[in-house]
Design a protein around this ligand. Structure first.
Ligand code: NAD
Length: 497
């Protein structure tokens, strides 16, 4: 297995496993208990440049770009089969790197295999369209062609799912790529390259470099031989990548952070609203870009709803990825834990009321991990630091509203626009509110479900979605995905009793 190889030959460039040119390595430690889980190559700029050159040659050679889209689709279906076959190995590696509960990694693997299957079936189904010229003496057509060499930079929270959303459509389209996953969670990207090779991906088409963003990722953003840089990660890094990409005017796709509103009207089903409010923010300890971090609750429901959320948040069982009784796990790193601690301290200093959490759990079992308690900050003010900044941790902020207009105004009062939800028993109100939210995905009486066939893109500073320029009115339209649960009820993700 490459990622356990002592030689750390874990860069995949031009069809070969390689060590870093300078021989550097990086150790990956479990966020749950600090144990060493992998030693991988730490690439340099030179390694990234070699990988870009390999991807460029593989694209310019023309054989891959002009290969049959059906064949590329078949390759993706084979990858999906391998992911299903090797699910246990992938899920374990993902949990070791992230500290995420094994069962969640297994769910992610199902989504990842589905993503490859979806794009495998999509390849070749839509290669363009014929355009009426108004004369029999000419024909005219629009055809879709690969962009070229894609630089892909991904985060650590859903490591392989974020990779899959980039790699699978790129292969379907006939692009070549250089992938740089988060330096904190490289293991499943390594396993994926092995799976792509087994499925028959030609040398040079898919390349993997591992290492720090500023050193290795920046090469992918800057390099003139990269045609598209596709990035998922934080807003500030997204701005840096945009700036690095500007001199070469390459295409830029950004999936950035969110500070996502969860609006609960007084006429919502109480148990459902409580249950989803907990899942929305405390799943994966809040390390979800679309986490429902802002609870926006109608005034008359506030006390009852927040009391019950606090009661149940205090019962959430925290533990390591392989602990049977754990319902959520650690934060990814000591640095991220400090960031969450600072966020809570600053929010409280500016007036937020700490209702529960606000610290690390006590006990031997948590001593060597980056754990943080589920936290509720009540009575936060619109425009404050607490509701403006993403904590990316298990921290729920609570705001109040009076009526529908008020709810929409508060929920839209953010520079982010990734996702949001509305809970109400009135379907017409749900649609009105969903239509007015300036967020790329809106769930009605639900939270978190995503579909690979639906758009996933941020409004405002949450990004430039992958739908950009595709059909319709192109960049003059946003694509919003509205998902309505018609039979809402508690999911009991957190047992809470
Ligand atoms: P991050 O921005 O710190 O890092 C993401 C990636 O960028 C990593 O691979 C990192 O090495 C690389 N990077 C960092 N600096 C770079 C630079 N100067 N040049 C090139 N690459 C660089 O983000 P993170 O902490 O890994 O992930 C958390 C963030 O990701 C959160 O803000 C979250 O909301 C966001 N996210 C968004 C989505 C989405 O779909 N919109 C999905 C998941 C995560």
């Amino acid at each position: 297995m490459p990622h356990a190889d002592n030689s750390a030959a874990t860069l995949f460039i031009d069809g070969e496993w390689r060590t870093a040119a300078g021989g550097d390595t990086r150790q990956i430690h479990s966020p749950a208990d600090g144990t060493l889980v992998a030693t991988v190559a730490e690439a340099s700029r030179a390694d990234a440049e070699h990988a870009v050159a390999a991807a460029r040659r593989a694209f310019d050679d023309g054989a891959w770009a002009s290969s049959s889209a059906w064949d590329r689709g078949d390759l993706l279906l084979r990858v999906s089969d391998i992911l299903v076959r090797d699910k246990a190995e992938f899920a374990r590696a993902e949990s070791l790197d992230t500290g995420k509960r094994l069962v969640e990694s297994e769910f992610d693997m199902d989504d990842i295999a589905a993503c490859f299957r979806y794009f495998g079936k999509l390849a070749g189904t839509d290669s363009g369209r014929v355009v009426d010229t108004g004369t029999p003496d000419a024909i005219s057509r629009v055809q879709y062609e690969p962009v070229g060499v894609c630089g892909m930079i991904t985060p650590w929270n859903f490591p392989l799912l974020q990779v899959a959303w980039k790699v699978a459509p790129a292969i379907a389209a006939g692009d070549t790529f250089v992938l740089k996953p988060s330096e904190l969670t490289p293991s499943t990207a390594i396993l994926l390259m092995r799976a792509l090779t087994e499925a028959g991906l030609p040398a040079g088409v898919g390349n993997l470099v591992l290492g720090a963003g500023a050193e290795v990722g920046s090469v992918l953003a800057e390099h003139p031989d990269v045609d598209l840089v596709s990035f998922t990660g934080g807003l500030h890094t997204g701005r840096t990548i945009s700036a690095l990409a500007a001199p070469t005017v390459k295409k830029v796709a950004l999936e950035l952070g969110g500070k996502n509103p969860n609006i609960v009207f007084a006429d919502a089903d109480f148990d459902t609203a409580v249950d989803f409010a907990l899942t929305a923010i405390f799943l994966h300890s809040g390390q979800v870009c679309s986490a429902g971090a802002r609870l926006i609750v109608q005034n008359e429901l506030h006390d009852a709803l927040v009391d019950e959320i606090v009661r149940r948040a205090e019962r959430i069982r925290i533990g390591g990825p392989f602990d049977d009784d754990a319902e959520t796990g650690p934060l990814i790193s000591a640095g991220h834990l400090r960031k969450v601690e600072d966020y809570v301290a600053r929010s409280v200093a500016e007036g937020a009321v700490l209702r529960t959490g606000g610290g690390r759990p006590e006990g031997e079992r948590y001593a060597d991990g980056h754990f943080y308690l589920p936290t509720v900050l009540d009575e936060v003010q619109q425009g404050s630091y607490a509701v403006s900044e993403e904590s990316f941790g298990p921290v729920l902020t609570v705001e109040r509203f009076t009526g529908e207009d008020d709810a929409v105004r508060i929920a839209n009062d953010t520079h982010y626009g990734l996702a949001g939800a509305v809970f109400t028993g009135d379907p017409a109100k749900a649609q009105r509110v969903a239509n007015r939210l300036r967020h790329g995905t809106v769930w009605v009486n639900d939270f978190h479900p995503y579909l690979p066939q639906a758009e996933w893109g941020g409004f405002k500073q949450s990004g430039i979605g992958r739908e950009l320029g595709r059909g319709g009115l192109g960049e003059y339209q946003e694509a919003k995905h509205v998902y309505q649960n018609l039979r809402p009820g508690p999911q009991h993700w957190f047992s809470g009793e």
